[in-house]
Write a protein that binds this ligand. Sequence first.
Ligand code: VG1
Ligand code: CO
Length: 588
Amino acid sequence: LAVTNESTSPIEGQKPGTSGLRKKTKVFMGKNYLENFVQSTFDALKATGVPVEGGTIVIGGDGRYFNKDATQLIAKMSVANGVKTIWMGNDALLSTPAASAVIRTREGGFVPFGAFILSASHNPGGLDEDFGIKFNCENGGPAPEKVTEKIFENTTKISEYKICKGFPTIDLTTKGTYVVEGKIRVDVFDCAEDHVGLLMKVFDFEAIKKLIARKDFSMVYDSMNGVQGPYARRVFIDELGAPESVLMNAVPKEDFGGKDTPSHGHADPNLTYAVELVQKMGTNKTGEKVGSGDGVPEFGAAADGDADRNMILGKQWFVSPSDSLAIIAANAGCIPYFKEGLKGCARSMPTSGALDLVAKKKKIPCFVVPTGWKFFGNLMDSGDERYFPDSDIYTPFLCGEESFGTGSSHVREKDGMWAVLAWLQILASKNQDESKPLVSVEQITKDHWKVYGRNYYCRYDYEGVSSESASTMMKNLIEKLPTLKGTEMKGMKFESAENFEYNDPVDKSVSSNQGVQICFTDGSRIIFRLSGTGSAGATIRLYLEKYEKPSGNLDLSQFEVVKPLAELALELSDLSNLTGRNEPTVIT
Ligand code: VG1
Ligand code: CO
């Protein structure tokens, strides 16, 4: 197991974004690209005192093209960097939440110092599409900014990487423990066992099983050819006794099915891309009812490529992610993990304020963080005695984003399966009496609005805009902000206008430039930010929110209600002129 130091030189652009480093697969396959990033990560960890030498590491990914080869390469580099134990899911698979669960809960006398997760999430996979990598720390969560900044800095200076070329290629198809030359231990295990085991502690599976067994209940779950397939099989078929017909696209594919599938290879659970599921559930692309609804299942859900996102649908009914988060918060008491009460919650800034209304009523703190799951970690850890022995104020904790991401402090990632089980648990608790008609997802959503009001909400994405025009637009907008307060436009009065900055209450770190947030006196908001997950060019995200009181009109189309706000936002930002775009690429 001789270690060699290979010489290399810095490669431009290896700065991790919202969730790790994402680039075209061919870029990642280029000479030293992955090697440089992995070595820079090890160097950053060693510099901050992380016990890499003699330590245990987790490696796995979402099954996209290049996942297996990258896993084997990282194993060889891990050994060269002093790692003694390597944990890998079968077939190099680990969903993002499962990797987090493995770090936090897998038994075996070893405590991993972290994980390399190979994923570009919902970005299409394949030789001509995207690949990605990120590092998660010993708490199971994405590396915080101070670590990703250090990694990036290292990539600009790197001159050599370590590799153990003689380390064998591990047979990832066969589960078991391998000991290489009496020195290195490799465990290949079922990718689903730890995560599903944890979920069985978080939820009351027996109650959900009864719901699924009801004759008037039926459901479908679309894994979108991503990594969720084996997890979905384990949960729904093996544990909950559902029929095989529940599973859609449950075999992971390297290209998520590719361009010829209804989703065009976008394993992205929203009304635009989850075409097959949306059709099955009897709605159209804007969530409106299509057809009679006969034969439509009561419940439908989907996951993205790495299984951290979720979309929740009822019979001919779409639940917006921000509403889903608020509804789970309002009903958290029926989930065993929350039975002693939810202690705190958080949302990303662009996520609607529906959660805040529930938190206010429950008298629990509600934090607003920048986009990206890494910002929830400190809040959740503030209840972890390993880091903060004197406090357990915020655990159990719930958090979510408007981008179809929901989760809790059971792991440190958003968790697609968790969100689906949360909804099934809520449905189960409201449908215990089989002699009564089923309380539907639609009914639960409407009941929620009747209590809290409705935060009409929508997001417009302008994809593939030139980076230059996108940053000009943001720059102009930021310059305008100080002049807006108190003035009016199209009959709307500006309440506040800021370039969002987050002051982390736990570690006091400051993250600035996190998006432009403009609020109006009637409670409406518009937000502009640039995506940090793309692999080329820029994506502008425009988020629109309008609040309606419980006594107001709750039954309008969210897409229609926010249109006047969109017009105002487009005029204010001059988006069309600057980018040449008249229509968004995707509306969710
Ligand atoms: C997007 C979403 C963000 C999410 C991130 C990672 O980021 O907006 O809410 O946390 O993707 O999710 P951005 O910077 O493109 O807006 V995933 O499922 O792509 O790992
Ligand atoms: Co994802």
